[in-house]
Design a protein around this ligand. Structure first.
Ligand SMILES: [Zn+2]
Length: 84
């Protein structure tokens, strides 16, 4: 089902209600936007570790998405640098 919309002057577009509903999109939710051949794909945001790219056990620390493994490594590094 193809829908045609015009971009606003700021290049924004409103996704038609039926498509939003079908995709489970709700106002204010985070999305991931990626280029695909011939267009752009918009998907619900998948939390991803900013250090290693993992999607396993990702949580937000100080506004950054970090996996548990990297969080433990960061904790060790911080303790070593700032010990004593
Ligand atoms: Zn990680």
């Amino acid at each position: 089902m193809t829908k045609s919309k015009k971009l606003t002057s700021k290049s924004a577009v409103t996704i038609p209600k039926d498509l939003r509903f079908e995709a489970g999109f709700t106002g204010g939710m985070a999305v991931d936007i990626e280029p695909v051949k011939g267009g752009i794909l918009i998907k619900p945001h998948l939390p991803t570790c900013r250090f290693c790219g993992s999607i396993e056990s990702v949580d937000t620390l100080k506004g950054m998405e970090v996996c548990a493994k990297c969080a433990i490594e960061l904790k060790k590094e911080v303790e070593q640098k700032y010990a004593g």
